[in-house]
Design a binder for this molecule. Structure first.
Ligand SMILES: Nc1ncnc2c1ncn2[C@@H]1O[C@H](COP(=O)(O)OP(=O)(O)OP(=O)(O)O)[C@@H](O)[C@H]1O
Ligand SMILES: O=P(O)(O)OC[C@H]1O[C@H](OP(=O)(O)OP(=O)(O)O)[C@H](O)[C@@H]1O
Ligand SMILES: [Mg+2]
Length: 293
């Protein structure tokens, strides 16, 4: 580690690791692979990585050991409830590691919210669960477990669980069903609430601009199509998240135009069908490699 370089904490190995590294790669940052090491260095940017357990990332960022981190909102939320003064700031939502923290009940149970009153709930997220229960006006006992929470009802440790769900396969395999959502979560880029030295601040701004560009381009597409003049208004309304399309007359085709636009929202097959229905032809959708707004 070097004090001249920005420090960022990412998950060493787990569900967020590959995409955290992928995001940096897309931002043009080359990371020297260092197998088994707890740190890694960018070779073309003043950035060092700390490769740690995801649970430790908020502590590193709060204490200013790392100015930046990539962590799930679930882990960040639990940490922030325990240390509200930590002052960690979310800089960007990253669109991966999407999951929900959910209350789950046995599949055969006819669930009603009032069933939770006075019950035992097993979870690795005691503070988020407690807060949600308090918000609902429910009092219940929390049993904190580090993992394998889905086993708790079968083992008789608790009647309900509060755990992360994405496909729902793990719940199903354990005879459980989701009944309430406590938190929707995705990976976020966070920065310390502590002061950042000026040298690092410039690198941080540059990195943030690049990451914003990567997020934008992953959602954005460049659309080109041809259309008669009568269809242009409808097409302008259909194009998702396009500010001001470029409209150019087609040579030799009176009353027909080429339309070009950057769409900053997802372009689905349904969108193309709608455009065609409005009179568009020869529709091309192209990825955008880089973008700086
Ligand atoms: N099923 C899932 N689908 C999508 N994202 C998930 C899922 N489960 C967890 N996540 C997200 O990925 C993060 C990391 O999950 P992972 O299972 O790798 O954590 P972990 O086992 O606690 O790892 P570590 O060893 O770093 O402590 C979670 O905190 C959450 O934000
Ligand atoms: O709804 P699903 O798609 O089945 O995903 C949910 C599971 O994913 C997570 O665990 P993970 O697989 O990351 O293992 P871990 O408990 O060792 O972290 C989470 O703790 C659930 O157990
Ligand atoms: Mg963890």
């Amino acid at each position: 580690m070097s004090i001249d370089r920005l420090q960022m904490a990412i998950q060493k190995s787990g569900r967020l690791s590959d995409q955290s590294r992928g995001l940096l790669k897309s931002a043009g940052i080359k990371i020297q692979a260092n197998k088994g090491q707890l740190t890694a260095r960018a070779t073309n940017f003043p950035l060092d990585l700390m490769l740690v357990r995801d649970d430790d990332i908020p502590t590193f960022v709060a204490d200013g050991v790392c100015e930046l981190g990539i962590v799930g909102e679930n882990v960040l939320g639990e940490y922030a409830l325990g240390r509200p003064e930590a002052g960690i700031e979310i800089l960007a939502r990253l669109g991966f590691g999407r999951c929900s923290l959910k209350i789950a009940a046995p599949q055969e149970e006819e669930f009603d919210l009032s069933n939770l009153e006075g019950s035992r709930i097993a979870t690795s997220y005691p503070l988020l669960t407690k807060k949600w229960l308090a918000d609902q006006g429910i009092s219940a006992e929390i049993v904190t477990m580090r993992g394998a929470v889905e086993l708790a009802p079968r083992l008789g440790i608790a009647s309900y669980i509060c755990d992360l769900v994405s496909t729902g396969q793990t719940l199903e395999a354990n005879g459980l069903k989701p009944v309430q959502t406590v938190l929707e979560s995705e990976a976020v880029l966070v920065r310390t609430g502590r002061e950042i030295v000026p040298d690092h601040a410039a690198a941080l701004d540059q990195l943030k601009t690049r990451i914003d560009g990567v997020i934008q381009t992953s959602e954005s597409k460049y659309i080109v199509l041809n259309a008669p003049e009568s269809a242009l208004d409808d097409i302008g309304r259909i194009l998702p998240g396009a500010d001001a399309p470029t409209v150019i007359p087609l040579a030799g085709r009176q009353g027909h135009f080429a339309v070009q636009a950057v769409c900053q929202e997802s372009v689905f097959w349904e969108t193309l069908e709608e455009l065609k229905g409005a009179g568009a032809r020869d529709i091309l959708v192209m990825p955008i490699e880089k973008m700086m707004l």
